[in-house]
Design a protein around this ligand. Structure first.
Ligand code: GTP
Ligand code: MN
Ligand code: MN
Ligand code: MN
Ligand code: MN
Ligand code: MN
Length: 216
């Protein structure tokens, strides 16, 4: 069973880091399901249309269910370490051997209960990782993901880069954030943009405001 603290409705969110579990606490929950996902990114000197700095390449994916998310998936800690499981998922979804280590771990959180009646002991814990790569490596991952990856066209419909800029008429990060994301992937993205200093806080705030206006 899970330690008592694991039975609460805690979850990670942009405002509250308090819902996090340590990696060890999370693993102590024998009845929990575990999923590991990773944000892969690189710097880039390239510019869009020759005058808009792209700054960073961040890889997300369009999932089979029409939602945006990070590469990764379910891991069984009884059979593999979290990181080995994530590496396995990446080989399936991206078609590359990309070793992920404990140092790449960012946080572990309870996913929000899917329904009020769902059993706390079978609740999902999501483990999030970040890995910085060279631009050439990221481009190689994109290439493999849409050619040799076994899950291409099945679990994964395509890789997408996250636009980090805001154009004069609002195009860029704002419209991107207005799409639908799986689980807490949107928060994981926003938190990472801030934490890794990939977008200035004011720019992110502007994009968030714009993203909320788009469907209202
Ligand atoms: P199968 O091989 O078909 O089982 O899929 P998978 O192992 O690749 O699992 P998936 O990537 O769908 O992740 C498992 C669960 O984790 C999903 O059902 C979601 O609830 C959640 N999830 C998926 N992607 C993300 C993500 O990017 N962030 C977060 N926080 N949760 C995610
Ligand atoms: Mn064109
Ligand atoms: Mn998978
Ligand atoms: Mn997956
Ligand atoms: Mn899987
Ligand atoms: Mn699968």
């Amino acid at each position: 069973g899970c330690p008592k603290s694991l039975h609460t409705d805690q979850q990670c969110s942009t405002q509250m880091a308090s819902g996090q579990l340590s990696r060890a606490e999370a693993l102590a929950c024998s009845g929990c399901l575990h999923a590991c996902h990773v944000l892969l990114y690189s710097d880039t000197p390239r510019q869009l249309f020759g005058n808009i700095p792209i700054r960073h390449i961040i890889l997300m994916q369009m999932r089979f269910d029409g939602l945006l998310g990070f590469p990764g998936g379910l891991v069984n800690p009884a059979e593999e370490t979290l990181e080995a499981g994530l590496t396995r998922e990446l080989s399936e979804e991206l078609g590359v051997a990309l070793p992920i280590s404990v140092e790449d771990h960012v946080n572990s959180c309870h996913a929000p209960a899917s329904s009020p009646s769902s059993s706390p002991s079978s609740r999902l814990i999501t483990h999030f990782y970040v890995k910085k790569m060279e631009e050439e490596q990221i481009i190689e991952v994109e290439r493999a993901a849409t050619s040799t990856a076994t899950d291409h066209g099945h679990e994964v419909l395509g890789m997408v880069r996250v636009p980090l800029y805001t154009m004069k008429r609002g195009g860029g990060l704002g419209p991107f954030l207005s799409h639908s994301f799986i689980g807490s992937a949107r928060s994981q993205l926003i938190d990472s943009l801030l934490r890794l200093n990939l977008v200035a806080p004011e720019e992110l705030h502007e994009a968030l405001t714009r993203s909320l206006k788009i469907h209202s």
